[in-house]
Unconditional design. Structure first.
Length: 82
């Protein structure tokens, strides 16, 4: 009988590479802070991922509902004024 074995070459193994977070590219400080949990996610046990994503969701929701600290963002709209 043939024995089943897993692949031996490293290219067949899952990668632990995780995209980095460029906090400088995120203009909203609250969003940038909330996303930092993703930097530690690869080292977090899978059993704790649900809690991490729930916390991320709540923090992003708080950031969405927060009042802008620097006033309204410029959208280029004139609100009907000519």
């Amino acid at each position: 009988m043939t024995e089943l074995t897993g692949p031996e070459e490293s290219s067949a193994q899952p990668s632990r590479d995780w995209p980095g977070l460029d906090a400088a590219a995120i203009p909203d400080a609250l969003v940038a802070q909330a996303l930092t949990v993703l930097e530690t996610l690869p080292a977090t046990p899978v059993e704790e991922h649900e809690e991490a994503y729930a916390r991320l969701h709540d923090e992003l929701l708080d950031a969405l509902n927060a009042k802008p600290q620097d006033g309204p963002r410029e959208t280029g709209a004139t609100n009907g004024a000519a």
